[in-house]
Design a binder for this molecule. Structure first.
Ligand SMILES: [Zn+2]
Length: 140
């Protein structure tokens, strides 16, 4: 488990009480299906811990974390940006349940290899990629 608070401090970001609360929430919700929280969810959880936190503070803090390169923003087509801690050691792609908005993480070495090959065939060294699958749960 990564510690977003510690990473922020290492990057020289001053961690106030409210920033720490927000960092903890993003860390806790990180890889869970209902995770990859948007600002509203972070705000809801944050106000349970500190009723003085405003949604404006959450917006500002999330933007700050993003600028410092400690969290990553995703736009999963539903009009709300989602956030998760950046973990270089844990590359993964996402499958988004279009009905519930849940986000499932996966990684697949075959896909990774194919992507590298495609880039090479086009004359590139692959440095990054983003893959999102959108799906509906199959009723059984
Ligand atoms: Zn993820």
């Amino acid at each position: 488990m990564i510690d977003l608070k510690k990473i922020c401090q290492e990057k020289g970001l001053r961690m106030t009480g409210q920033r720490s609360i927000i960092a903890d929430i993003i860390t806790e919700l990180g890889g869970h299906p209902a995770g990859h929280p948007d600002v509203n969810l972070i705000y809801m959880k944050a106000s349970e811990k500190d009723s003085n936190i405003s949604i404006a503070t959450v917006y500002r803090t999330v933007k700050l974390f993003e600028e410092y390169g400690v969290i990553e923003k995703h736009d999963f087509k539903d009009g709300r940006s989602r956030y998760e801690p950046i973990q270089e050691s844990n590359h993964h792609d996402h499958l988004i349940d279009i009905e519930s908005g849940d986000v499932y993480e996966f990684s697949n070495s075959e896909i990774e290899t194919i992507q590298k090959r495609i880039a090479e065939e086009l004359g590139f060294e692959l440095v990054d990629h983003r893959l999102e699958l959108y799906g509906k749960k199959i009723n059984k």
